[in-house]
Design a binder for this molecule. Structure first.
Ligand code: UD1
Ligand code: CA
Length: 459
């Protein structure tokens, strides 16, 4: 049977209390990945024939996130989740098949849970199966209302709960598998007669029950998995849970994480066995780390920088790749496009951007290396700076293998330091240094005998 998937991602997200009209809730990042992208990644392995994302509020930020994997449908006005699904009618109405509807704000639901919902649906021969959880604090969720025989007859939204319904602890997780034909048929009959004045998707449940179409539930025991992110407190809880999940996976694959609570690793990061991650590290984006490295403490590695408020999505663009047996940190900052080979030692307030570092190179202290390549075994002294930007363009610095760049030198790009060349400390290098040469690019020192005391006014 054909499977279709719809992700609801058009809602306003008013509880996020953002003052911006151009940002959708589902584009808020969790460990650098937008909320809705977590849902997309979990759904992909289910092999749905069509994967459809409904976007609307802040849709300009949602569209670039979803369009690579999903067909995009716009809900121009936010009149409720039921209304959102109505917008998909031109694509799916009348088709035989099963349709899963998910929320774009439940990043913890795994592929296995979505698959479990489909399995339960098929096994029971249902027309509708609802993912549910039983919560100690059900406030805020839609409640599952059952008749005396235990059949699901309705979902009652929070705003419409009376005292009795308020007590129901079985809640709607916001994920459903529907018989596709019956879903779109029922959507013709839902109304806005409710406390929110919206077209509730959940009103379809009562219509199914009344029509005698079999409705069932699929209960998820681990309530941390079904939580929805509606406000920024829930955003932080979701992040803490996903972080713990990712860190655990790395640890079970042979990575030592000294302090999981302060280690933030993005979902697309890979780390080789025997690497040790010390406390306080952020390892984000499409970072690849090899085996046996020591990373941190307090090191920030990301494939791109999330700068001002509206650049949160840019973190997908480029890569940082780190090989084996490096000692990175403490306090090392690798930015976009940095590629580090093996057995390097880099840290102590060094910032690398778009830099290639060959085997065994060292930069131990206080350097900025941008748009540069550093050859095998080269030594970058304390405080070396590549002056890569002339105010309009970025330029490249080439440091060949075995070169030794003395402390506090400025390499004004474009410039090349030859193989095994030496740059004297304190130089401002503007011309290429040939292989094996020594460059002095600083004023010559003069010593005036016996003058110090007088100048220091000590005599
Ligand atoms: C929803 C469910 C509730 C369930 C809870 C689980 C409804 C009516 N209620 O409540 O029963 O317990 O999820 O987390 O579905 N959306 C649109 N267009 C709109 C309105 C919403 O696309 O006009 C999308 C939102 O982007 C979101 C989803 O629908 O992804 C659910 O909306 P939200 O406001 O988060 O509903 P909840 O109050 O959480
Ligand atoms: Ca929600």
């Amino acid at each position: 049977m054909d499977r279709y998937a719809i992700i609801l991602a058009a809602g306003k997200g008013s509880r996020m209390k953002s003052r911006r009209e151009d940002i959708s809730k589902v584009s808020f990042p969790v460990l650098g990945r937008p909320l809705v992208k977590w849902i997309i990644e979990a759904l992909k392995p289910l092999g749905a024939k069509r994967l459809i994302a409904i976007i609307g509020f802040g849709g300009a930020t949602s569209e670039p996130i979803v369009k690579e994997d999903c067909e995009v449908v716009w809900q121009k006005e936010q009149k409720g989740a039921g209304h959102a699904v109505m917008q998909v009618a031109p694509l799916l109405e009348g088709k035989e098949g099963q349709t899963i509807i998910c929320c774009g704000d439940t990043p913890l639901i795994t592929t296995e849970l979505y698959q479990g919902l489909f399995d339960a649906h098929e096994k029971a021969g249902n027309f509708l199966t609802i993912m549910t959880s039983v919560l100690d604090e059900p406030h805020g969720y839609g409640r599952i209302v059952r008749d005396a025989a235990g059949n699901v007859i309705q979902i009652r939204e929070q705003k419409d709960c009376d005292d009795e319904a308020e007590k129901i602890r079985e809640v709607n997780a916001g994920v459903y598998v529907f018989d596709n034909k019956e879903l779109f048929e029922a959507l013709h009959h839902i109304t806005t007669n409710n406390a929110a004045g919206e077209y509730y998707l959940t009103d379809v449940i009562e219509l199914f029950a009344k029509k005698g179409l079999k409705v069932g539930t699929f209960e998820v025991a681990d309530i941390d998995e079904t939580m929805g992110v509606n406000d920024r407190h829930q955003l932080s809880i979701a992040e803490a849970n996903l972080k713990a999940r990712i860190n655990r996976e790395h640890m079970l694959r042979g990575v030592t994480i000294e302090d999981s609570a302060t280690t933030f690793i993005g979902p697309d990061v890979t780390i080789g066995a025997d690497t040790i991650i010390r406390p306080g590290c952020y390892i984000m984006g499409k970072t690849v780390i090899g085996e046996g490295n020591l990373i941190g403490p307090n090191t920030y590695i990301e494939d791109s920088v999330i700068g001002s408020e509206n650049e949160v999505l840019a973190s997908w663009l480029t890569d940082t790749v780190i090989g084996d047996h490096n000692h990175i940190g403490p306090y090392f900052h690798a930015r976009n496009g940095t590629v580090i080979a093996s057995r390097t030692a880099l840290g102590n307030f060094c910032e690398f951007k778009n830099a290639t570092v060959a085997d065994g190179a060292k930069a131990h202290h206080l350097s900025y290396i941008g748009d540069a390549s550093i050859g095998k075994g080269a030594n970058i002294g304390c405080g070396v700076i590549t002056a890569n930007y002339d105010g309009t363009k970025k330029h490249h610095t080439e440091i060949d293998e075995g070169a030794f760049v003395g402390c506090d030198s400025v390499l004004v790009a474009p410039v090349a330091i030859g193989k095994d060349a030496l740059v004297a400390a304190g130089s401002v290098v503007t011309d290429d240094v040939p292989e094996g040469a020594t460059a002095f690019a600083r004023s010559k020192q003069t010593n005036k005998p016996g003058t110090a005391k007088k100048l220091l006014k000590r005599e």
